[in-house]
Design a protein around this ligand. Sequence first.
Ligand code: FES
Length: 119
Amino acid sequence: MTTGAFPPSMEAYSRHILVCVGGYCSPDHRGRELYRLLPSLLQREGLLFGPGRVKRGETPCLGVCTHGPIVVVYPEGVWYGDVTPSLLERIVVEHLRDGKIVDEAVFFRMKAPTPSSRE
Ligand code: FES
C-alpha cells in the first residue's frame, strides 16, 4: 500500500549507525544492549535532532558473524568490532559528535568509490 506523494520528504542527517543485534557475532546478544543504549547517548550529545542528527538502526546480521557486537558508521563506511558499552560511548562522542574515528577499534574501512565505479 502506498500513502502520500512521492518522493517522501526527509530531514537532513549527518551519519547513520547500524548495530548488529544478531546472535552469531555475539552469542549473548550484547548488540541488543548497545542498541538500547544508543538513544540516550545520542540525546546526551545533541545528536537526535537537527541537521547534525544521527540515524540509527538495528540489523539481525552484517555478515561478519564473529568479534561482535559489530557496529558500522556511514557515510565513512567504518566497521567496529568487539563493541562494548564504553566503546559505543566513545564512538558516539568521538566519531559521531566530533568526527574523529576511533581508529584502534576499526577492523574494516569501505573504500571510497572511484569516479569510474559510479558510472
Ligand atoms: S550476527 Fe552479527 S554480523 Fe552476523
